[in-house]
Design a protein around this ligand. Structure first.
Ligand code: PLP
Length: 455
């Protein structure tokens, strides 16, 4: 692809070399303001990040107050801690959700995944089972772009160049993608049992004493498009993990921190919780880069009784300023009951999407939870035939939406067999009724216009 004139001149290495990216100069509520003056409703919070919108004076004040009155940076690898980090961990964990009782704060979701994998491996070392280094993950999954995170990500195109770097100690199972993978007469229960059997068979094949953990998103985000598992799936997975001592590692970097209508997405799965959980994106509401790993007391106990420390760390880990911003964001979410609001507004979004977008000819499936929804496109509804990847239909919808003043996220997921051509709509928790109607109306117009050459 030939670089655009702008991209050639820019000293930033842009992700796409062909497009000229629109320059954003300000935020206004849930909208982005472009250099041209045009306002774009951010209906996907970037990649599911800016859950409180783009202008939030309380967070700006918290950041400036922190800089005036507290420490901007202190290295948490030295014998220090800081008030903001301790307070944020208290906010998230003082009630010990699912037995999760300790936190590590890092800068990105990929770092959180790497830390989660390393914690699992360290845990087994401390427990006298150092041979447990194998992870089971799922096809067409995404847990981050660092090499460690890519090792457990079944995202073929992101892995492609780096395959020789990847650990072979990972196996990939089918995702819980009912729209295409559930048999015509198969019940949700039978489908969940089939996938659970596959999981147990894989543990037995690798050897239960070699498997460190099972890594999965609770609600799949960018690869499979806001895909919750069928009811009962996670109960079966949790039971099999318990049977063989395999750690359940849930990635809630994109789907967690309130987005699905509960603080943690696993709280809707009738399980006691994961052993290790990653969080990110909405944690700092996009005002700061911040992600984290939450771990069960049993992981801490093993490390504590063993080497007595964490064999992992980063320079900017537990950054006080980032934690101060996240405290402000989490306090607003709690004070304004925004998680409950997300569940309520999510019902409204679902109704609008199903009514306005569902009947469009190239729309195959609409799915999601809370304020985290996707629309999957197909060439033909009845056969569920996917678009060819060369067409990249979702990308055209994203571009058309931008023309219409709407930002959404488009992804071409690939399961190994199917193209999961979809767009994600996950507006901020503060979205109003009117804004939801406007989002769906603009989305509909963009899909209709993009569809014209294909229908
Ligand atoms: N895990 C999931 C589920 C994600 O969606 C992402 C990013 O999109 C990551 C991990 C990686 O996060 P980051 O881009 O902050 O490294």
């Amino acid at each position: 692809m030939a670089p655009s004139e702008f991209v050639s001149r820019s000293h930033i290495l842009h992700r796409s070399f062909s497009d000229r990216p629109a320059k954003v100069v300000a935020g206004d509520g849930i909208s982005l303001v472009l250099e041209s003056g045009k306002k774009v409703i951010d209906a996907s919070c970037g990649p599911s990040v800016s859950c409180l919108g783009h202008s939030q004076p309380e967070i700006t004040d918290a950041i400036t107050n922190h800089l005036k009155n507290d420490i901007a940076y202190v290295y948490s690898g030295s014998p220090y801690t800081n008030g903001a980090t301790e307070e944020l961990a208290d906010i998230l964990l003082s009630h010990k959700p699912g037995g999760l009782s300790k936190a590590i704060f890092v800068n990105s979701g990929s770092e959180a995944t790497d830390a989660a994998l390393k914690l699992a491996v360290q845990y087994w070392h401390e427990r006298g089972q150092p041979q447990r280094t194998h992870f089971i993950a799922r096809k067409q999954s995404y847990h981050g772009n660092t090499i460690g995170a890519l090792c457990v990500s079944g995202h073929e195109s992101r892995r492609e160049f780096y395959k020789d770097f990847m650990s072979s100690n990972v196996s990939f199972l089918d995702p819980c993608y009912a729209y295409r993978m559930k048999g015509k007469s198969e019940s949700d229960e039978a489908f969940a049992q089939r996938l659970a059997r596959q999981f147990e068979d894989e543990i037995l094949c690798v050897g239960p004493d070699r498997v460190a953990g099972f890594v999965t998103e609770t609600v799949s985000g960018t690869t499979l498009g806001c895909l919750p598992a069928v009811p009962g799936y996670f109960k079966l997975i949790r039971a099999i993990c318990d049977k063989y001592g395999v750690l359940l590692i849930l990635d809630e970097i994109i789907c967690g921190m309130g987005k699905t209508g509960t603080m943690h997405a696993w709280q809707q799965e009738d399980i006691r919780g994961p052993d290790i959980q990653t969080i990110g994106k909405a944690l700092g509401a996009g005002f700061v880069p911040l992600s984290g790993v939450l771990l069960h007391q049993k992981i801490f106990d093993a490390l504590s009784a063993g080497s007595g420390g964490l064999a992992h760390g980063h320079t900017f880990q537990a950054h006080p300023l980032a934690c101060a911003a996240a405290i402000a964001a989490q306090k607003i979410i709690k004070r304004d009951n925004l998680v409950e609001r997300t569940a309520q507004m999510g019902k409204k979004l679902e109704i609008l999407l199903r009514r306005e977008i569902g009947p469009l000819p190239l729309v195959g499936d609409i799915r999601g939870r809370g304020l985290f929804w996707a629309v999957e496109f197909v060439v033909e509804k009845d056969t569920k035939t996917a678009f060819s990847p060369r067409i990249n239909f979702c990308n055209h919808v994203v571009k058309q939406s931008l023309e219409m003043g709407l930002n959404i996220l488009g992804n071409l997921g690939y399961t190994g067999k199917y193209q999961v051509d979809h767009v994600i709509i996950c507006p901020p928790y503060i979205v109003t009724d009117c804004e939801l109607e406007e989002i769906v109306s603009r989305l509909k117009a963009a899909i209709v216009k993009t569809s014209q050459p294909f229908v």
